[in-house]
Design a protein around this ligand. Structure first.
Ligand SMILES: Cc1cc2nc3c(=O)[nH]c(=O)nc-3n(C[C@H](O)[C@H](O)[C@H](O)COP(=O)(O)OP(=O)(O)OC[C@H]3O[C@@H](n4cnc5c(N)ncnc54)[C@H](O)[C@@H]3O)c2cc1C
Length: 528
């Protein structure tokens, strides 16, 4: 059997492209490793109340002490991906796609990809974000609109609209935490001065329901975000995938690791391994769409070309974490129903240096206290007392930096099929840290550049197979994501973005993947 379209991967990029094909009447065949979330039902009450009357050991530590193992291995600094019920998101990554030890990357082989653990911060890009990317925000706009309706995105029309784009179709914004409300009021008070310094604050845009949508229920502020997969109010690509499968608009096969492709009698032969019994399997198609996440799509490309020599650029937008202390909350009661995701966003539109940075103000009521414990220098008991006193007064600003040439990583495939990645952590000027800290101090939140740890990776990988207007190298893609010299092979994930702006990028990955599916359906597949 020859499939019209095979898509590799069920993360945001794969599912958005599947939606694009489905809406053109084409039934794509999705191949995926597709590890499933554990079958656990979230309690119908606030997690803090639940813990008072139930043993939460399995949820917070894991029945096999999974969290402790993660702490020892230090596989990721993301507490969410380390939490026991969320570990399926990165399960088996080292076995399925080994990478050199010194690399610091996160790969997912889950149904829904890394987005099964995401913070669902979903922003449109405006033209200023799409530097060196030969697609305009206006070309993405219809797909952002369609996906906004599909996902259910909450947000508002405010000072961030010029940076986040049109507000069409947004659900009402989330309930702000007490600290975020305080900060937002302080911003309104000092707005003119802050705006003149390039500082703008507004409501976040989250794939989080503030009202019932499709058959999913609105957020109940039960502080479960860190601990449970599949919460109905947080969108993950799995929701769309399930709907498409149910409506026979997508065929889906899991437990498949795609290795490479070859060509035979005019069609593309996809070579893969079935991980249930390690057998080799093959699938045939006219179009192959790679949406396996930047690292794995690039690996499939290099492997298909048997290229164990070329080193490709690997980009990411690093982030620094600013702890923010709100003094009037020290010693107060912890706000147990605050949303532990981004409450507010801050844009620093700087002129000196000429750079646009985006911050996400995140509440810390949901993570375990142990996350903060290791960062404190006191004796064990004093650390705990300190956390009890200060946690209600603490929030964190994730400050994203744009990808820069000097911070670029490298990716190569070894002839043992192991990836060799070097992705050094970026650097940030102290002058920027001072400006950011200064703005928060003006708004009554205490912080200081000395509190800030060196930049980490933001996990928005890209840049390996850039989309360019006139491709002229075997690792360039056209604006339709088609790999140069490989008719019918399209890449639709972060690999094709040659610049990663200072913002969470997945909504743009989705809109671009859907755009490409739509364009090639209409152009090459003669759909009216
Ligand atoms: C903790 C956390 C929080 C995040 N929060 C946000 C956020 O708030 N906003 C945001 O924009 N982004 C966020 N991200 C990043 C976001 O999750 C990624 O940008 C996004 O998931 C990338 O989508 P993708 O579809 O390109 O790849 P992935 O999500 O990596 O999905 C890859 C898919 O391909 C499949 N696959 C891989 N290799 C193969 C193969 N060889 N054969 C078959 N199948 C394969 C996998 O099973 C998976 O389904 C977050 C990430 C993490 C880890």
């Amino acid at each position: 059997m020859i499939h019209e379209v095979i898509i590799v991967g069920s993360g945001p990029s794969g599912v958005a492209s599947a939606l694009g094909f489905a809406e053109n009447g084409i039934v794509p065949f999705v191949l995926d490793v597709g590890h499933e979330a554990p079958d656990v039902t979230p309690p119908d009450m606030n997690f803090y109340d639940y813990r008072k009357i139930n043993d939460a050991f399995e949820i917070m530590i894991g029945k096999d002490y999974e969290v402790i193992n993660h702490l020892i291995d230090k596989k990721t600094s993301s507490p969410k991906v380390s939490s026991p019920y969320m570990q399926f998101v990165t399960r088996d990554a080292e076995r399925i796609s080994p990478v050199n030890e010194s690399a610091s990357v996160l790969q997912s082989f889950a149904k829904g990809g890394l987005a099964s653990a995401w913070g669902s911060a979903l922003y449109r890009c405006v033209d200023e974000d799409l530097i060196d990317i030969p697609v305009k925000a206006s070309e993405l706009s219809p797909y952002y609109d369609r996906l906004t309706r599909e996902i259910g995105i909450s947000g508002d029309d405010d000072d961030l609209t010029p940076f986040f784009g049109p507000t069409d179709g947004l659900l009402k914004p989330i309930k702000l935490s007490r600290k975020s409300s305080k900060l937002f009021s302080a911003y309104q008070k000092h707005k003119n001065k802050l705006n003149s310094e390039g500082v703008f604050i507004g409501r976040s845009r989250l794939g989080l329901l503030t009202e019932n949508h499709d058959d999913r229920s609105a957020c109940d502020y039960h502080s479960l975000e860190m601990w449970y997969p599949g919460l109905p109010y947080i969108y993950t690509p799995e929701y769309t995938l399930k709907k498409l499968i149910k409506d026979n608009k997508v065929e889906y096969k899991s437990s498949i690791v795609v290795k490479n492709w070859s060509r035979e009698n005019g069609c593309i032969v996809v070579h893969a391994q079935d991980i249930r019994d390690d057998s080799a399997v093959e699938f045939r198609c006219n179009k192959l769409v790679l949406a396996a996440g930047t690292i794995n799509s690039t690996k499939i490309v290099l492997n298909s070309k048997k290229d164990f020599e070329t080193t490709l650029p690997l980009k990411d937008n690093s982030l620094v974490q600013f702890p923010l202390i709100f003094p009037s909350f020290i010693g107060s009661k912890l706000e147990k129903d605050a949303l532990s995701l981004t409450n507010l966003n801050v844009i620093f539109d700087l002129t000196e240096p000429d750079m646009r940075l985006q911050g996400s103000l995140i509440e810390l009521s949901s993570p375990a206290r142990s996350v903060f414990y290791e960062k404190l220098p006191l004796a064990a008991r004093d650390n705990l007392a300190f956390i009890r006193l200060f946690l209600p007064a603490l929030a964190v600003l994730f400050l994203y930096l744009p990808s820069r040439k000097e911070n670029e990583g490298r990716l190569k495939l070894g002839d043992d099929n192991k990836l060799e990645i070097s992705n050094p952590h970026g650097k940030i000027d102290n002058s920027i840290l001072k400006k950011v800290a200064g703005a928060f101090v003006k708004m009554g939140a205490l912080t200081h550049p000395l509190f800030v740890e060196p930049p980490e990776h933001a996990i928005h990988y890209g840049g390996t197979l850039p989309m360019v207007t006139v491709p002229d190298s075997e690792y360039h893609c056209s604006t339709e994501g088609e790999l140069y010299g490989e008719p019918g092979v399209h890449v639709v994930d972060g690999s094709i973005l040659s610049f990663i702006p200072a913002k969470n990028l997945s909504f743009t990955l989705m809109a671009n993947a859907m755009r490409i599916a739509d364009v090639i359906s209409k152009k090459d597949m003669k759909i009216e």
